[in-house]
Design a binder for this molecule. Structure first.
Ligand code: AMP
Length: 149
């Protein structure tokens, strides 16, 4: 089994219900606090709820990504809107053990993870000792972003 972390987001419909349902379908035993965050990358849309989930998985990284996309579809995600636009649910594979993957269609750690406090903070909450491969300790990354803000 490998310990993986998944980012969850929603800004349409029953945001909290959707995040809780997604965490359950992931088989996550630990979910961070759910926080409200300002939209990023695409203006004029409702605020998001975001959280991170920790799970122990027997799936390979690609299989886990497929599973995330399947859960998104099951919870009503459609892909006809703009990039970074409103969505019922967004599931991102943030970390898969200490593995680094850079392949077409799959990048781990998630490519935008180290730039976003709303992803780093829930990860810190779940595991303050996390090291993000290629970037550094989660606490140091958070302090770095806070000092720029
Ligand atoms: P989006 O939902 O807009 O974040 O984009 C999802 C697409 O990004 C998926 O179809 C994946 O092929 C690709 N992708 C690449 N790396 C990741 C990752 N670590 N987590 C989730 N999606 C990824």
């Amino acid at each position: 089994m490998v310990r993986a972390y998944v980012g969850l987001g929603s800004n349409l419909g029953d945001r909290e219900g959707t995040i809780l349902a997604a965490a359950e379908r992931l088989g996550s035993h630990r979910l961070s606090r759910i926080r409200e965050t300002e939209p990023w990358g695409y203006p004029d849309q409702p605020w998001f709820l975001n959280a991170a989930a920790e799970l122990e998985t027997g799936l390979a990284p690609r299989e886990l990504l497929e599973h995330l996309l399947e859960i998104e579809r099951g919870l009503g995600r459609t892909r006809n809107g703009p990039r970074y636009g409103p969505r019922m649910v967004d599931l991102d594979l943030l970390l898969y053990g200490d593995l680094v993957v850079a392949e077409p269609g799959l990048t781990v750690p998630h490519p935008r993870l180290a730039e976003r406090l709303f992803v780093l903070e829930p990860l810190f909450e779940l595991n303050a000792g996390l090291f993000i491969p290629g970037h550094g300790p989660v606490g140091a990354l958070i302090r770095g972003l806070q000092s720029k803000a």
